[in-house]
Design a protein around this ligand. Structure first.
Ligand code: CTP
Length: 219
C-alpha cells in the first residue's frame, strides 16, 4: 500500500436555499481546488475532491474521487464522512457564513407589495469544528480571503481561531479571476510566497501541493 498522504480538498461556493428556486451563493469558481486535486494525483496521492455548485467543469481524471455538494450542511456531512480516511485537508471552499433560518424547498416565494426581509442564521464553522475531530497526524490547511491591507493579520487570526497548521492568504480581488496573488502562512509564524508572486491558479496549485506535503511530512 502507498504511504503517500491521502488528500481531501473542498472547493467552490455553497448555495444556501431560500425556497424551491432561489439560493444565497457566492462567486467562487472551484478552479483552484480542482487544480489541487489534479496536482495531488500527479504527486501519487489519493485525492478526494468535494466540489460545490459551480459551472467550472470537475477534473476529468478518473482517479480523483469527486463528490458534489450544494449547501454548507451537505459539505458538513461529506467532511464528517471523508475526513477520518484522509491525512491532509485543503479547505478551499468558499462556505457561506449565513443561511436563511427557514427554507420552503417545496414552494416559491411570491411577489407582494412592500419589502421582504430574509432572516439569516450563522452557519457552523466547518473547519473550526474539525479541530476537535482530527488526529494529531492529520494536517489542516484553510483559506482566508481578505482585503489586501489586512491580509496577513486577518489570516493569522483565522489560523489561530480555527487551530490550523497553515492558511492560504488571498486578496479578495482574486476570488473568481484566473490569476492569484497568495501567501502561505504557517502556524510557526513563517510566511511563504511562490515566485512569481502573481501566477495562474494551476501553477499556484502545483506549488501549494508541494508545500502542503512538506508540511504534513514534518508534522
Ligand atoms: N469556513 C468553514 N465554515 C464556514 C465558513 C468558512 O469551514 N462556515 C472555512 C473556509 O473554507 C476557509 C476558512 O474557513 O477555509 C476561512 O473562511 P472565510 O470565509 O475567509 O472566514 P470566516 O471564518 O467566514 O471568517 P470571516 O467571516 O470573519 O471572514
Amino acid at each position: 500500500m502507498s504511504d503517500a498522504p491521502r488528500v481531501l480538498i473542498s472547493a467552490g461556493p455553497t448555495y444556501e436555499p431560500i425556497d424551491a428556486v432561489r439560493y444565497l451563493g457566492n462567486r467562487s469558481s472551484g478552479r483552484l481546488g480542482s487544480a489541487l486535486a489534479t496536482a495531488a494525483v500527479a504527486a501519487g496521492c489519493q485525492s478526494t475532491l468535494l466540489l460545490g455548485p459551480t459551472s467550472y467543469p470537475a477534473p476529468k481524471d478518473s482517479s480523483i474521487s469527486t463528490q458534489r455538494f450544494q449547501s454548507c450542511a451537505d459539505l458538513q456531512s461529506l467532511l464528517e464522512e471523508h475526513w477520518p480516511n484522509h491525512d491532509l485537508l485543503l479547505m478551499a471552499a468558499a462556505v457561506a457564513d449565513y443561511r436563511p433560518c427557514t427554507v420552503r424547498t417545496d414552494e416559491k416565494l411570491r411577489r407582494a407589495a412592500g419589502r421582504l426581509s430574509l432572516e439569516l442564521e450563522a452557519t457552523p464553522d466547518l473547519l473550526a469544528e474539525l479541530a476537535a475531530r482530527s488526529r494529531p497526524d492529520q494536517t489542516r490547511i484553510g483559506w482566508a480571503l481578505e482585503p489586501r491591507d489586512r491580509l496577513v493579520e486577518s489570516a493569522r487570526a483565522k489560523l489561530e481561531r480555527k487551530q490550523l497548521d497553515a492558511i492560504v492568504a488571498n486578496p479578495l480581488e482574486t476570488l473568481d479571476s484566473d490569476e492569484i496573488e497568495p501567501m502561505l502562512v504557517l502556524a510557526d509564524g513563517s510566511m511563504h510566497t511562490p515566485a512569481p508572486k502573481r501566477l495562474a491558479k494551476s501553477d499556484f496549485a502545483a506549488w501549494l501541493l508541494v508545500k502542503s506535503l512538506e508540511l504534513h511530512r514534518k508534522a
